[in-house]
Design a protein around this ligand. Structure first.
Ligand code: HEC
Ligand code: HEC
Ligand code: HEC
Ligand code: HEC
Ligand code: HEC
Ligand code: HEC
Ligand code: HEC
Ligand code: HEC
Ligand code: HEC
Ligand code: HEC
Length: 321
């Protein structure tokens, strides 16, 4: 709470500071120990020729030329802060290097300009912000091939899984979505971004969709979208992950249980029903199969041989067709 407040204050204050500082021309030449003032990008060029040249292809170069953005001819200093002192001393200590700041400070620098973008709505509450994963741990400003636009899927996946090692392991299980980093992936190769917003979004677990109604999955699995005349209740109440492990599974169809039967009986059994009438009565569990189901008989082992339209049916309330 306190931390959010500090961040929000930061958002409000930094633009003011930035605007204030954006009028260097009116100030007198600095005394030796005075606060550094803005110079301009050409001053930086004198000593950082390579970076300056490469910068012409950077999306941030727009700052250098666009009057309206208030950083005309001093784009370098929009991230590195006023550079007069450093330009004389050449000391690292006299210039801001965002990756050397505390993550929240670094983020503040970037968010001065990027705070209102739709992809950043969940940023403050996301696991990344809470765990001090700064913008700069994913975005490398001066690398010629910026992650966000080039090499796409494979590069993104590699970066995400450099930290999320367990997720990578899940995608290597026998039943998984084809992840483009892995040799097993074919033409349908996917990236983490097909389901996640790297900046966080309001719903649980950074997903691009609200927990139960999952257009993130339905975007590709449109046949599961419905509306069905008879919808299997957990599709709406708990979402796809109540039965599937989206990152991959040792179970066929990426189910959370090794056999379809066990998957179903998790909710459709006497024990579950008894629990449902007792402490666990949340209304989320299904009814029990009618008596003619002999659960021990092999004939009934694979429930979906009969209940074929398990996600929902247009014609049959027991999902038989
Ligand atoms: C007169 C030469 C000179 C000028 C002008 C100059 N720099 Fe530097 N800069 C250096 C040197 C030398 C270093 C390496 C310092 C070190 O490693 O101790 C450096 C290092 C840096 C660093 C890395 C700091 C760190 O913590 O690693 C940044 C960022 C930087 N300069 C940005 C700028 C910007 C922005 C400007 C223009 C406002 C600029 N420089 C102007 C000479 C210059
Ligand atoms: C959008 C923010 C941003 C802008 C604009 C920007 N930089 Fe940087 N700069 C960074 C970040 C972040 C780093 C840390 C390394 C990285 O992420 O690439 C950095 C690193 C540096 C370094 C240290 C390089 C090293 O290898 O350690 C220098 C020097 C530098 N910048 C100079 C410049 C100059 C000169 C300009 C203008 C031509 C400029 N920067 C514009 C964000 C910026
Ligand atoms: C002074 C304003 C400003 C600051 C500070 C700033 N940016 Fe940007 N950024 C821009 C502008 C302008 C663009 C060009 C796209 C646009 O017009 O929105 C841009 C574009 C980007 C893009 C998109 C690249 C693409 O290919 O579309 C990324 C990623 C990005 N910035 C990351 C950062 C990061 C990380 C930081 C902090 C180290 C940062 N920015 C700081 C203004 C800024
Ligand atoms: C520098 C390390 C690092 C990188 C790179 C990274 N993450 Fe994370 N991520 C974390 C940490 C730390 C957490 C919070 C702890 C946790 O839940 O494991 C986290 C949490 C998450 C969560 C859980 C949701 C939440 O808000 O808690 C998702 C989803 C996620 N990351 C997706 C991604 C994706 C997609 C990428 C690539 C674009 C990525 N991560 C790159 C470190 C990283
Ligand atoms: C976990 C890794 C990760 C972190 C942390 C992260 N980004 Fe990104 N960012 C990405 C990826 C991956 C994309 C490409 C998204 C896409 O194209 O769908 C992206 C895209 C962008 C874009 C261009 C698209 C857009 O949203 O307009 C901007 C600007 C941007 N990021 C800025 C930031 C800023 C500012 C921060 C810190 C507050 C940040 N990012 C933190 C991974 C990250
Ligand atoms: C097919 C869609 C999909 C893809 C692709 C995907 N995820 Fe997920 N991810 C999910 C869903 C759904 C959840 C929430 C699971 C839950 O509710 O139990 C999740 C949860 C997470 C979490 C938080 C909890 C956990 O299970 O670890 C992290 C971290 C994460 N994903 C990282 C990644 C990374 C990294 C990639 C790329 C290698 C990736 N995801 C690709 C759908 C996906
Ligand atoms: C970007 C498109 C895309 C998204 C988003 C997506 N999927 Fe898939 N899904 C696929 C593709 C392609 C296959 C087929 C994989 C194959 O043939 O190996 C597949 C296969 C499956 C399978 C069957 C696996 C098997 O063993 O037959 C299940 C179950 C599944 N997806 C569930 C989900 C769930 C749950 C989500 C959301 C968390 C989701 N998918 C999101 C593209 C997607
Ligand atoms: C109540 C449990 C349950 C829920 C919830 C569920 N599924 Fe399934 N799903 C299954 C079962 C069981 C199978 C295997 C059917 C079989 O045996 O052929 C399956 C199979 C699949 C398949 C592969 C075969 C096919 O029909 O295409 C895909 C893709 C799939 N599910 C996607 C989804 C998506 C997307 C969601 C969420 C919108 C979802 N599932 C929600 C139980 C469920
Ligand atoms: C996460 C819990 C859950 C799982 C797993 C689950 N169901 Fe259901 N199922 C329900 C709920 C809740 C209902 C709605 C019950 C009601 O409306 O009384 C339902 C309804 C049904 C119905 C419609 C008849 C009825 O009672 O309304 C059938 C048939 C059914 N499920 C079969 C299956 C089969 C077969 C499986 C395994 C593939 C399965 N279910 C897995 C929770 C689940
Ligand atoms: C041999 C075919 C078959 C198999 C296998 C099968 N069922 Fe059924 N199931 C039916 C039929 C037929 C009905 C009755 C439908 C009706 O009343 O219209 C039914 C009804 C149900 C109902 C109640 C539906 C309602 O309308 O109240 C549930 C719950 C159910 N089955 C669950 C399961 C579960 C769980 C399994 C696996 C352990 C399973 N079934 C295996 C044929 C089958």
């Amino acid at each position: 709470m306190l931390r959010n407040l500090v961040l929000i204050l930061g958002f409000v204050l930094t633009p003011l500071v930035a605007q204030e500082a954006a009028k260097p021309a009116a100030e007198p030449p600095p005394a030796p120990d005075a606060k550094p003032t803005y110079v301009n990008s050409e001053t930086c060029q004198a000593c950082h020729e390579d970076i300056f040249k490469a910068f012409a292809k950077n999306p941030h170069y727009r700052l250098e030329t666009d009057k309206k953005r208030k950083w005309e001819q001093k784009a370098c200093e929009s991230c590195h802060g006023p550079g007069s002192k450093h330009s004389e001393s050449m000391a690292a200590a006299d210039i801001i290097q965002p990756t050397k700041l505390a993550p929240s400070q670094a983020d503040k620098t970037c968010l001065t300009c990027h705070r209102n973008q739709p992809t950043h709505v969940g940023r403050i509450d996301s696991g990344h912000a809470r765990s001090a994963i700064a913008c700069t741990s994913c975005h490398s400003v001066h690398k010629p091939k910026e992650l966000a636009r080039n090499g796409r899927n494979a590069a993104v996946n590699q970066q995400c899984t450099s930290c999320h090692v367990n997720t990578l392991a899940s995608f290597q299980k026998p039943h998984a979505h084809p992840l483009s980093t892995l040799p097993s992936a074919g033409n349908n190769a996917m990236s983490c971004l097909d389901c996640h917003n790297p900046h966080g979004s309001a719903p649980k677990a950074n997903l691009k969709f609200a927990s139960a109604n999952e257009p993130g999955c339905l975007k590709c699995h449109a046949d599961k979208r419905g509306p069905f005349a008879f919808e299997h209740a957990p599709m709406r109440t708990e979402g796809c992950s109540s039965c599937h492990e989206p990152h991959g599974s040792t179970n066929p169809r990426m189910l959370t249980r090794p056999e379809v039967r066990l998957q179903c009986l998790e909710c459709h059994s006497n024990i579950a029903s008894q629990q449902a009438t007792g402490a666990a009565a949340g209304g989320t569990l299904g009814g029990i199969p009618p008596a003619f189901h002999d659960i021990r008989s092999p004939r009934y082992a694979n429930c979906t041989t009969c209940h074929m339209k398990i996600h929902g049916s247009h014609v049959n309330r027991a999902f038989l067709r």
